[in-house]
Design a protein around this ligand. Sequence first.
Ligand code: TMP
Length: 231
Amino acid sequence: MLYEGKAKQLFSTDRPDEVRVYFKDDATAFNGEKKGTIQSKGVLNNSISTFFFELLKTHGIPSHFIKKIDDRNMLVKKLSIVPIEVVVRNIVAGSLSKRLGWEEGRKLSQSVVELYYKNDALGDPLINRSHAAALGIATSSQLDTLEELGTRVSDVLTKFLADKKLLLVDFKLEFGLYDGQILLGDEISPDTCRFWDSATNEKLDKDRFRRNLGNVEGAYQEIWRRLGGGN
Ligand code: TMP
């Protein structure tokens, strides 16, 4: 094992430029303060992330994804991680609602792109482009690429999910460098996105765990079902 995160483990492979991601059922919230497990989450997030990475590829958005190996394992390119989390928001929710006092559920007149410094000890603070430049964690042109890819991912997924009667409220992306190119990394799943049913606004994502709303596993299963998956 190379690394263990809150929801995944990374393993080396026979090839130095590829790693295996193992998706766990463990769930945390509030920077690890709340801990739990979500039955079958690892299996569902592996399938859901595979689906989204393949969809984005067909739209010319490059990621670390190589292939799904089995239920809980994915083969990916080994990235040198850019320590920035890119959050794209289309509807007000979560920390944006708290920070600006805006009502949850309000549609934003344009997408909001935020940068967070990926640093557990600091609790992943919100930063801006000049913080990122001063920290030396990304160049100006790399930041342009992160923001542009974030917006493109939002456009592709929002349109796709609308047909599945889902609203893409907001989501978090991570990126890394591979052969000098910026690739999308990490995962795209109900752990890292807010999905609401477009008819009822029912939450179908990790907010059910964060906010103790119940039926957490059912929400993840429902997302996979709407993407066309079985079980
Ligand atoms: P926030 O409203 O709590 O800032 O979350 C914005 C989006 O980012 C939401 O879709 C959940 C996702 N997210 C993560 O993937 N990891 C995190 O650690 C946090 C705080 C949010």
